[in-house]
Design a protein around this ligand. Structure first.
Ligand code: HEM
Length: 227
């Protein structure tokens, strides 16, 4: 059999797919977190922002086109990220046909060891979240013209379990991002122990800042700061 030169046949190619799709998803996460924080500027401003999201790109593009392009790009990125991760994991397993009799705990950070389950939790969360705050099916208000009201109804104190679920998912996202950002910063920075320490610290700051930004919204509603 002749060797294929397709980049996705090689692990390096697949890791590049992980990196490019991961960076795209991170950019979305930063933009979405900043957008969510607009809730602190009041109901009118937040609802205006929600409507503006549908008109991004106009008049160059018809209304909602950019939104749909973004949705398709995100979906392709998520599917590519999962597919590349799955193939890499299967190859790693195939490279060691006989499992270790005494499987020693694998060293590495907690984040590195939980990437797979963290990813599954995040995926389930995103499906729930879209049915909750985008389509409104699982939201107590579910009024697409009033995203502020949907968020306030969602995280009302009596629905504390929704805030708990969001918190768990966002913490899982934080661990996942810490590892992803560390890999990216390490590749971009100096390949020395010092460079690695810096990359680790920068990834931690990034993940904590993102988690805090996301968690600020449900906790502001839970505590009555946003009502
Ligand atoms: C507590 C934190 C969060 C809040 C308050 C929040 C809020 C919202 C709201 C209000 C919308 C609907 C926007 C609209 O249609 O007007 C939305 C959509 C969305 N959110 Fe979040 N979000 C949070 C966390 C997250 C996280 C952690 C992720 C990803 C892991 C995420 C991914 C999405 C996606 C993919 C959409 C659909 C965007 C679209 O319509 O194409 N969100 N979010």
């Amino acid at each position: 059999m002749t060797k294929s030169r397709s980049p996705i046949r090689s692990n390096v190619g697949l890791k590049a797919v992980m990196a490019v799709t991961g960076i795209l998803l991170m950019l979305f996460l930063i933009a979405h977190m900043l957008g969510n924080l607009k809730i602190f500027t009041g109901e009118t401003a937040f609802d205006h922002y929600g409507h503006w999201l549908r008109d991004v790109g106009t008049p160059l593009l018809p209304s909602t086109w950019f939104l749909w392009i973004q949705r398709i790009a995100l979906l392709v990125a998520v599917l590519g990220h999962i597919a590349a991760a799955t193939v890499l994991a299967l190859r790693a397993r195939a490279a060691r046909p006989v499992r270790y009799a005494h499987r020693k705990p694998v060293r590495g950070s907690y984040a590195a060891r939980t990437m797979r389950w963290g990813g599954v939790i995040i995926l389930l969360f995103v499906i729930y979240h879209i049915l909750d705050l985008t389509t409104g099916h699982l939201n107590p208000q579910g009024d697409s013209s009033n995203p502020y009201g949907n968020v306030v109804a969602d995280f009302a104190p009596e629905r504390w379990y929704v805030t708990l679920f969001y918190t768990l998912a966002i913490v899982a996202l934080g661990f996942h991002l810490r590892h992803g950002a560390f890999s990216a910063f390490r590749s971009l920075g100096q390949q020395t122990p010092r460079g690695e320490r810096r990359a680790r610290a920068a990834a931690l700051v990034f993940a904590v800042a993102l988690c805090a930004g996301y968690l600020a919204v449900p906790f502001a509603v839970l505590t009555g700061l946003v009502a």
